[in-house]
Design a protein around this ligand. Structure first.
Ligand SMILES: Nc1ncnc2c1ncn2[C@@H]1O[C@H](COP(=O)(O)OP(=O)(O)O)[C@@H](O)[C@H]1O
Ligand SMILES: [Mg+2]
Length: 289
């Protein structure tokens, strides 16, 4: 059995909107998973269900073999934590440090343990230098990382993030992805991020789960998902730009490319392998003309 098992999960809002419809997903311990869908696909509803903020059918979510509905609040928050999309929904204390210590203090931990957790969480997200700062003095990227620190202070084994890179500039986005990569690879935290940003996926996720209108449309490694070009069109998502370019070169310009590269690095090595032949052709035509 996988670390996180979601079995046939459905969710209907009071107004009748069927936000999730029979979703089955298993995430392994240590996996970095991406939940990919266009707006309204059900990402937020799924993440909120996984942390028990929305009531699901008994037994449809199991964390470490235990049904979610059988776990108390405290048990749950030390297993799994959700970082909301909007920092203003999550941060409420005056300073960074006060915000991060709120969770551990609620657990009734000793002052020493609280201090240690605040320090290690802020270090993990590279925000130690901002510990004493008022929340409203932080940049948006720093606020996002402060939210992550607050969740990490509960020492969860699974970290869920709702649209973590939304609204970030390129530098803050790289910084956040670096922090998440480190949490996954070095601290061994299982991570699931919900996003519609296809270009980011191949850079760091192990597996992708694609939702469309609350249903799981396809799952697999980035290679499998993004090679399924027709499925991707059907779920209102495009391919990563680099994959799209290579697909055009393959089909419209007939370049001999078999697999579709997903990253600039892969694409570069594939294209470079074709260059000597092209250069020769160009040289030849110059000589002939
Ligand atoms: N509180 C709500 N009441 C009714 N419908 C909702 C509510 N929240 C979300 N929805 C609907 O549920 C579906 C899934 O929404 P959501 O999970 O927010 O998608 P995503 O996060 O992928 O954009 C959408 O059709 C959305 O309009
Ligand atoms: Mg959402």
């Amino acid at each position: 059995m996988s670390f996180l098992e979601i079995k046939d999960l459905s969710y209907r809002f009071e107004d009748g909107t069927e936000a999730l419809d029979g979703v089955t997903i298993s995430v392994e311990k240590g996996e970095f998973a991406g939940l990919l869908a266009s707006n309204g696909g059900g990402k937020t509803t799924l993440l909120r269900s996984i942390v028990g903020l929305l009531k699901s059918k008994p037994g449809s979510i199991l964390i470490d073999k235990k049904p979610l509905d059988k776990m108390g609040r405290t048990g749950l928050s030390s297993k799994i934590g959700l970082v909301f999309q909007n920092p203003s929904d999550q941060l409420f204390a005056s300073t960074v440090e006060e915000d991060v210590e709120f969770g551990p203090r609620n657990l009734g931990l000793s002052e020493g343990e609280i201090t240690e957790r605040v320090k290690s969480s802020l270090e993990l997200v590279d925000l130690m230098s901002c510990a004493k700062k008022p929340i409203h003095h932080l940049s948006f990227g720093q606020q996002k990382r402060a939210c992550i620190a607050g969740v990490l202070a509960m020492r969860p084994e699974i970290l869920l993030l709702d649209e973590p890179t939304a609204g970030l500039d390129p530098k803050s986005e790289s910084k956040l992805l670096y922090v998440l990569g480190r949490l996954n690879k070095e601290a061994g935290i299982t991570i699931i991020i919900a996003t519609h940003m296809v270009d980011l996926m191949p850079l760091f996720v192990d597996r992708i789960y694609v939702l469309k209108e609350g249903k799981l449309a396809i799952k697999g490694t980035p290679e499998v998902v993004f090679s399924s070009t027709q499925v991707m069109e059907g779920v209102d998502l495009r391919l990563p730009y680099i994959t799209h370019l290579i697909e055009e070169l393959k089909h419209k310009d007939h370049l001999p490319l078999d697999e579709l590269p997903l990253t600039i690095k892969d694409a570069r090595s594939k294209l470079v392998s074709l260059i000597p032949q092209n250069i020769l052709t160009v040289k030849e035509s110059i000589r002939l003309s």
